[in-house]
Write a protein that binds this ligand. Sequence first.
Ligand SMILES: Nc1ncnc2c1ncn2[C@@H]1O[C@H](COP(=O)(O)OP(=O)(O)O)[C@@H](O)[C@H]1O
Ligand SMILES: CC(=O)N[C@@H](CCC(=O)OP(=O)(O)O)C(=O)O
Length: 249
Amino acid sequence: MIVKYGGNAMKSLELRRAVAAEIAALRAHMPVVVVHGGGPVIERELAARGIASEFRRGLRVTSPEAMDVVEMALCQLNKQLAQDIGGAVGLMGRDCQLLRAETFDPELGRVGQITGVNADLLRTLLGAGITPVVGCVAVGPDGDALNINADTAAGAVAGALNKGIIFLTDVDGVYRNYPDPASRAKALSRAEGEEGISAGWIAGGMIPKVRAALDALDRGAPHATIASGMVAGVLEAAARGEAGTVITA
Ligand SMILES: Nc1ncnc2c1ncn2[C@@H]1O[C@H](COP(=O)(O)OP(=O)(O)O)[C@@H](O)[C@H]1O
Ligand SMILES: CC(=O)N[C@@H](CCC(=O)OP(=O)(O)O)C(=O)O
């Protein structure tokens, strides 16, 4: 199972440690690869250096200067998460070309789209009983770092390994009438997802998540679920198909 863990569900140390414990518990049932973001941590580090944040279509416009800060912030978080989970090794996309990417929109600067995943490295670690924890910075053709939305990176990893994926976030799925939690969709088809994005009831950070879930299915992942990282027990329930929103192709 691939678990994508986003910045909004790791806002406090307690929450981060609780999710790490859930991931460690899931690992007793199945091999797990963690792919993480860290939007709020990046935000804080950029602000501390007086670098303004700008997003286009949910992606951070990333100057070379901002890229250095993104990589530094995510590297530190990567090591903390691997330590919290235990039996884990923290990696970034530069390690053994784990995530390869190329730029695709000059307006976004050093933001990449994934062109390759070193799935053999992940399989080797899993085969040795080690949990890979992957930060969402990729290596570009020039050998420099590229910033990847963490949902996108996680979807590409799930596709490359042909494994299911759970996106843990700060809401318990996709709401048809956001922010009413009673409107959570138990399942959401591709057509409904596209309709929600164009009609605007799927917005903000939920757009790359739904897109990444569909992309993961396209790339060969058998299932994709969006669920809450804020509530104990949800990860294992989602792994059984009993929580969150299941995205269907
Ligand atoms: N239809 C919707 N259902 C649920 N959440 C939505 C919806 N539309 C927009 N959102 C927003 O998407 C957010 C989750 O995305 P994001 O903040 O990027 O999370 P993460 O940091 O976990 O990647 C929710 O907190 C919510 O504000
Ligand atoms: C290109 C782009 O937008 N990259 C993201 C990477 C981190 C991320 O996606 O973190 P969450 O999962 O916490 O949102 C960023 O710079 O914020």
